[in-house]
Design a protein around this ligand. Structure first.
Ligand SMILES: [Zn+2]
Length: 97
């Protein structure tokens, strides 16, 4: 059990790093009203996120040390987090009702 929990925490921590890179690149935006993360549907920004990630790995940035220099794992994680972020935040959904 303990081991499963630890690896889940690690997965969450890695997803948090991927999300922060996506936000930095503008591929994911945080709604100023409901604080939810929304997919900006901007493939150019996604490419910028990959570039930022690669640069961070090259620089051995401590923010990405959990990935232990594994570029592919980091970019795969960014890709999956990007795909999982909602296209509409809570208030947009409410507005469109
Ligand atoms: Zn919102």
């Amino acid at each position: 059990m303990g081991h499963i929990k630890r690896s889940l925490d690690l997965k969450e921590a890695k997803e948090g790093i991927a999300l922060s890179i996506l936000v930095k690149a503008g591929a994911v935006v945080c709604c100023e009203y409901c604080d939810e993360y929304v997919n900006n549907q901007d493939d150019e920004a996604l490419k910028i996120a990959y570039a930022i990630a690669n640069k961070m790995v090259s620089e051995k940035n401590s923010d990405v040390e959990l990935f232990e220099g594994n570029r592919k794992e980091l970019t795969d994680c960014i890709k999956s987090v990007y795909a999982d972020v909602a296209w509409e935040c809570h208030c947009e959904i409410e507005m469109n009702k």
